[in-house]
Design a protein around this ligand. Structure first.
Ligand code: ADP
Ligand code: UDP
Length: 237
């Protein structure tokens, strides 16, 4: 396998073409941003944690029947994945109120939601990823009704799996963000990452943050927390 040109420089990962047109290489870095790039910094070791954790979870999700882009881990930061056309939506699933939901609805952080909530944001950095509903999504053609139904179903499947998986590691799954993509034959599969960058994890006993909120809110200890989440998950396997 030969690595070719860089296709995309993201805020946390770089994407490279390979000599296989159906695959891309994802390279996870330590750069951290928050507030749509307004705050910038580094979380040392985060790239390796996010790569390994995403790959472990993607393989377990595939076994549970959630199709996804994972193909092969190349080393501690780089992974081969199926190339997809990303559906331009951030799919957020919430179990406990936090972050922007708490602010918007005046809910105390930590309030348990009576049922999981799915939210969609339209992926557009220039617009600040505005929240959209099903009508907007269909009206602007961001996804079809069939795709949206599949995305909702898979998002809830990921939530069921991940909640239980994290609970086993003594971690509460507060909320998380997923991205989906279309394969060349039109199937919608789970893509991108599942990591402390994209999930809120709280210690089940102390409710301590074990995720990117440590960086966003300048609480300190992000490096250690990322390692701790991976360590606890690996100890379970
Ligand atoms: P951002 O674009 O928000 O800065 P990243 O730094 O994580 O985010 O960049 C990774 C990019 O790769 C994202 O735009 C993501 O949508 C995209 N991506 C994730 N998985 C795949 C895939 N399987 N095929 C193509 N693109 C992908
Ligand atoms: N999230 C993400 N990328 C984004 C926005 C949100 O991964 O661009 C994740 C975030 O880590 C959290 C969940 O989505 O787990 C919900 O985030 P929220 O809407 O509360 O946003 P925030 O408080 O970060 O503005």
């Amino acid at each position: 396998m030969e690595i070719r040109e860089q296709l995309y420089q993201g805020k946390a990962k770089r994407v490279f073409a390979t000599d296989d047109e159906s695959l891309v290489l994802v390279d996870y870095g330590d750069d951290a941003t928050a507030g749509n790039g307004a705050k910038k910094g580094t979380i040392v070791g985060k790239g390796a944690v996010n790569n390994r954790m995403t790959n472990m979870l993607m393989q377990q999700l595939a076994a549970k029947g959630v199709p996804n882009h994972f193909v092969r881990e190349l080393d501690d930061r780089r992974t081969l994945v199926r190339k997809v056309q990303i559906v331009p939506l951030e799919v957020i699933v919430r179990n406990i109120a936090a972050g922007s939901l708490s602010a918007r609805l005046g809910l105390e952080e930590g309030a348990v939601l009576a049922r999981p909530v799915i939210e969609f944001c339209y992926k557009d950095d220039a617009l600040g990823d505005p929240m959209v509903n099903d009508d907007h999504i269909l009206a602007i053609g961001a996804a079809t009704a069939e795709e949206l139904a599949a995305i909702r179903r898979m998002a809830l499947q990921v939530n069921d799996f991940l909640r239980e998986r994290m609970a086993g590691a003594g971690i509460e799954l507060v909320d998380f963000k997923l991205e989906f993509g279309r394969t060349p034959d039109g199937e919608v599969i789970l893509a991108d990452e599942i990591s402390p960058d994209t999930c809120r994890f709280w210690d089940s006993k102390t409710h301590a943050h074990l995720d990117k909120d440590l960086f966003r809110r300048d609480l300190g200890g992000a490096e250690e927390a990322y390692q701790e989440v991976l360590r606890r998950l690996m100890a379970q396997d």
